[in-house]
Design a protein around this ligand. Structure first.
Ligand code: C5P
Length: 236
């Protein structure tokens, strides 16, 4: 998949992060937002608490699933996890690009064409000191570009990046990358723990294909209104 193939309707570009401790809150939100949002992100917390059943439940409620498990293990184990996610009918799945070429190629070989494998470069919680602690002397930008390049060579179809990294990644690796950005905050929303964020419109203008938004929607007393404000800002 290329950036030019990404659906251009705002409702198809917004991904809501279901960062909840249990199934019932997550499914209530999916049902509440179902008309306005097509894709929901299930991360480690919810998946660990609710298991694969939560993927089936989100799909049964009409949502597509972005399973954010950030896989990183030996190639065979990751390939089997990719197969299991494909069998669950997941649309997008993340893995750590630092898992290396063989792990990435094994994952790609196991993914059916309708499963988008997305690579995580350097976590936004890392700084230069954290990288050094794990033995990497490069700058964060150089490490992110190196890992992104490795992922693309191995056949990974998209990258997770901060909105601030989008233009560097596109200029160094090509305009047709599919890039998904968290770290999005509408005007007036609390930053929470996001330090380097952009508004939804700025993130699209910076070149993001999909936006992941969690707390500005999940913590709003009127999540549907929060979604509508974001979609209006995005032009639809
Ligand atoms: O609530 P908020 O909008 O900050 O949620 C963003 C989502 O994106 C969370 O699920 C978070 O784990 C995820 N994420 C992130 N930064 C990354 C990768 C993932 O915030 N670099």
């Amino acid at each position: 998949m290329n950036s030019s193939d990404v659906p251009k309707k705002p409702r198809d570009r917004l991904i809501v992060a279901l960062d909840f401790p249990d199934r019932s809150q997550a499914i209530d939100l999916v049902c509440d937002l179902g008309r306005d949002v097509s894709t929901f992100k299930i991360g480690l917390q919810l998946y660990t608490a609710a298991g694969p059943e939560i993927v089936r439940a989100v799909k049964a409620a009409g949502g597509q699933v972005f399973l954010d498990l950030k896989l990183h293990d030996i190639p065979k184990t990751v390939a089997k996890a990719v197969r299991a996610a494909a069998e669950l009918g997941v649309r997008m799945l993340t893995l750590h690009l630092s898992g290396g070429r063989s792990m990435l190629e094994s994952a790609v070989a196991e993914a059916p064409p309708d499963l988008l494998l997305l690579g995580v470069t350097v976590l936004t919680s890392f700084d230069a000191e954290t990288l050094r602690e794990v033995g990497v002397e490069s700058t964060i930008d150089d490490q992110a570009v190196r890992l992104a390049q490795l992922g693309l060579e191995a056949g990974v179809q998209g990258l997770i990046a901060s909105p601030h990294e989008v233009s560097t990644l596109r200029s160094r690796l090509g305009q047709n990358l599919v890039i998904i950005t968290p770290g999005v905050r509408p005007a007036g929303a609390a930053p929470d723990d996001q330090k380097r964020f952009m508004s939804p419109r700025e993130a699209l203008q910076a070149g993001a294909d999909y936006l992941v938004v969690g707390r500005p929607i999940t913590a709003d007393p009127e999540p549907r209104e929060a979604v509508r404000r974001i979609l209006a800002e995005l032009g639809g």
